[in-house]
Design a protein around this ligand. Structure first.
Ligand SMILES: Nc1ncnc2c1ncn2[C@@H]1O[C@H](COP(=O)(O)OP(=O)(O)OP(=O)(O)O)[C@@H](O)[C@H]1O
Ligand SMILES: [Mg+2]
Length: 527
């Protein structure tokens, strides 16, 4: 059966016109109807043929102008093809799905910058047959004459980028070796949703500490990027300007990690001072405690994690390596908010540094995200081997974030495009983060609950193998009249009596010199 289309029946216009005419006769003595009738009679009297002839001439001239404009735009690439054809090189047309203006611009720069040999023949040219298109990038294969140094191609890159910028493409051009090619990002990559890749994530090997937060192009199409969060990859540093896609990446990392690893084998801690997008993660069965949003609580929790790390180290020295069965994953969004000044800034930076330095061998997984790398002290991230860099503000930000010279993540598209840099691997991996849900959309929580329910369904009611009980926030002790004030430096006596975990947060809360022994005891008893 054919579906009915269209927005209404044109016949309906007749009664409508009749009503309008009647209204005009009633209120306007029918002047409008009379005027329309006069206009209609004058139009019939005009000889339309000369006007139609003029319109036809204008249309033909316009069509010629459009064709001429298109030919002019293609001339650069055509010129490059012709030059190369003269040289007897095998030239093939570029794939039709590549933007013509883009290939023409690159071909032009190659023919100008690449130079010619003694016979005036080009040294570099584009090879359309070997060029490929993926949803993320266009790969323009480059061929070159015998005896030419292919490394020379990278010297043309700034020129190609500048010319492409002029042609409307603010993109990064990467040189690929073997076979020689120029890879150019599609400035508007399609959206890849976690929901569409969830089945693939469910089929991933279990308890291998794998997560799959992104997809990448391969010869067979797009595939999941599966990141092993162990050994050199135990810590991941995520950097990108506001809105680049870091939090979505963190969400897909955590959800895929929890789907592929049982709570018995991996516990999770999430620290997020923004207390917004990651809050629904508290419902995961892997959580060692609900999402921690208070800086003080985060500092205490990281200290407890360091204590666990030390414990593991001691147990290991005594020959007990059973802890290897259980990893603890710490996720910190907006890490700069924690380490930028403040009372706890330095101590949190030191703790994170210790975790990145020693955690790898002791089952600690760390995922940290920041908008600007310069806001985080270098000691916190220099030991991190995996960097996931989204679009950043400048080329120098890109180099600092990736830890590699010559990177230009400032040219990446926004909204989920990233490059993955792993220590020891000179080539960056271009990937696209999986989109989970827009935090501002009204169904955000229910979308996340859907994923969390699937995770719960897989792991049942398993409890996390490592549990953390947040220390209740102590109220500042009130000075009791006549009570002896504890002298600075004497805090250790209180700590010996009431325990470090209780006394040190109080010291942090107030001035050490005003901490009275009685007030501490009173607060201790009230708890
Ligand atoms: N992988 C993606 N695919 C498509 N769109 C995305 C993707 N990641 C993020 N976006 C879009 O960009 C918006 C911002 O993403 P996100 O909150 O992850 O950015 P952010 O880097 O964490 O920003 P901020 O630093 O301000 O927290 C999302 O709401 C979404 O619309
Ligand atoms: Mg964010």
């Amino acid at each position: 059966m054919r579906a009915q289309t269209g927005s209404g029946n044109p016949i309906m216009i007749i009664p409508l016109l009749a009503i309008l005419a009647w209204l005009d006769i009633q209120s306007n003595q029918g002047r409008t109807v009379a005027m329309l009738g006069g206009l209609y009679r004058s139009a019939l009297a005009i000889d339309l043929w000369p006007i139609a002839k003029q319109l036809i001439v204008v249309a033909i001239a316009g069509a010629f102008a459009v064709v001429a404009f298109k030919l002019a735009r293609q001339s650069a690439s055509v010129k490059a093809f012709q030059v190369a054809k003269v040289a007897g090189h095998k030239i093939t047309r570029m794939p039709s799905t590549m933007p013509r203006r883009l290939t023409a611009t690159v071909a032009d720069v190659l023919s100008v910058r690449g130079g010619v040999d003694a016979n005036g023949l080009p040294l570099f040219w584009l090879d359309g047959k070997a060029s490929t298109v993926t949803p993320l990038a266009w790969t323009l294969a480059v061929d070159y004459a015998n005896g030419v140094e292919p490394d020379k191609l990278s010297r043309f890159v700034p020129d190609i980028e500048n010319r492409l910028y002029g042609a409307g493409y603010d993109v990064q051009v990467r040189v690929k070796d073997r076979p020689l090619a120029l890879e150019i990002d599609n400035p508007q990559p399609p959206l890849f949703a976690l929901r569409d890749w969830w089945k693939g994530i469910q089929a991933m090997p279990q308890n291998e500490r794998l997560c799959a937060p992104a997809v990448e192009p391969t010869a067979k199409g797009m595939q999941l990027v599966s990141l092993p969060l162990r050994n050199m990859g135990a810590a991941t540093f995520v950097v990108g300007m506001p809105g680049a896609g870091k939090t979505q990446f963190i969400l897909s990392s955590v959800l895929s990690l929890c789907m592929a690893n049982s709570p018995q084998r991996m516990s999770l801690i999430v620290a997020d001072v923004k207390a917004a997008d990651t809050m629904p993660l508290s419902g995961l069965p892997h959580m060692a405690c609900p999402v921690v949003t208070d800086i003080e609580q985060i500092a205490t929790m990281l200290d407890a994690l360091c204590a666990e790390m030390e414990q593991r180290s001691l147990r290991s020295a005594a020959g007990d390596r059973t802890w290897l069965q259980h990893s603890i994953c710490v996720v910190v969004d907006e890490v700069a908010e924690l380490v930028l000044g403040g009372k706890h800034g330095d101590s949190i930076a030191n703790t994170l540094q210790r975790l990145t330095q020693r955690g790898r061998g002791l089952g600690i997984i760390l995922i940290m995200a920041t908008q600007r790398v310069y806001d985080v002290p270098a000691k916190v991230y220099t030991k991190i081997d995996r960097r996931c860099v989204f679009r950043v503000a400048s080329a120098s930000d890109s180099v600092a974030a990736s830890g590699s010279e010559g990177t230009r993540c400032n040219k990446l598209p926004k909204r989920g495009a990233l490059e993955i840099f792993s220590a020891g691997d000179p080539t960056a991996q271009r990937a696209q983060g999986l989109f989970v849900a827009d935090a501002e959309s009204p169904d955000y929580e229910s979308v996340l609950s859907g994923f969390i329910d699937d995770i719960k369904a897989r792991w049942g009611c398993m409890a996390p193998g490592w549990h953390y009980a947040p220390v209740p926030k102590a109220e500042a002790p009130t000075q009791v009249p006549g009570d002896a004030v504890v002298e600075p430096g004497k805090v250790h006596a209180l700590a010996a009596k009431f325990g470090n975990e209780f006394v040190h947060p109080l010291v942090d809360l107030g001035d050490e010199g005003n901490l009275s022994a009685k007030a501490v005891e009173k607060t201790y008893q009230q708890m």
